[in-house]
Design a protein around this ligand. Sequence first.
Ligand SMILES: *Cc1c(COP(=O)(O)O)cnc(C)c1O
Length: 218
Amino acid sequence: MTIAQRINQIRQQIPPQVRLIAVTKQVSVEAIREAYAAGIRDFGENRLQEALLKQERLQDLSDICWHFIGHIQANKAKKVLEHFQWIHSVDDLKIAQRLNRLAAELPYPPQVCLQVKVLPDPNKYGWQIPELLTALPDLEQCHHLKIQGLMTILPLGLSQEQILAAFQQTRELARTIEQRSHLRMEQLSMGMSDDYLLAVQAGATMIRLGRIIFGERT
Ligand SMILES: *Cc1c(COP(=O)(O)O)cnc(C)c1O
C-alpha cells in the first residue's frame, strides 16, 4: 500500500474532526511530501535537530502545522517555540514556566498540551497526576501559553481493556482539571499506531501516527 492509501484507510476509521498528526521521525522528506499530497497538514517530530533539517527542505509547503512531541531540553526551548505551532510534550512545571517566559516575545502564543503519565512508566517523561493537580495555580499563571489539553503515551504491554481504561482516565483527568482551575482542556492528544482506535473511542481529539502511515522505523 502507498502512503496515500494508508492515510485514506485511517481516515475512514476515524471521525472527521479528529486531527491526524503524521509523525515523521526518521521519515524522509520525500515520504513527508507524499503524506502532504494525500492531504495531511499536521506533522509531528520529536527531535529538534532532525526536524529543523526537514522543515528547511519543506519550506515551500507553507501551510504545514508542526507539532513538537518529544522531551524538550531547556537550552532548546526557544528554538522549539520558534519552529513549532504546537507543543504536546510540556512535561513538568519548570519547562512550562521557561516556555512561558520565552513565549512572551513571540508574535503568537504557542498551543501546548501537558504530557501526563496516567500509569507509572519509569521510561517516560510526563507529569504524575498529583503533581499536575498541585501545579494548576502555577500553570494558570503561564499567560503566554495557550494550554489546550493533555497528551499521553501509554506504557507497553497493556491489554486492550487497560489501554481503553487509561485513555478514559486521561479524559477524566482533563475534566477534573477544568473543574479545579480556569484551564481549558479541550484537546486530548492520545493514540499511536497500535492503539489509536481505542484512543478515539475514549475521546481523543488528536492522534499521532508514525509507523502505520510510513512503515516500521529501522
Ligand atoms: C514516535 C511517536 C509517535 C508515533 O508512534 P507510532 O508507534 O510510530 O505510531 C507518537 N507520539 C510520540 C510522542 C512519538 O514519539
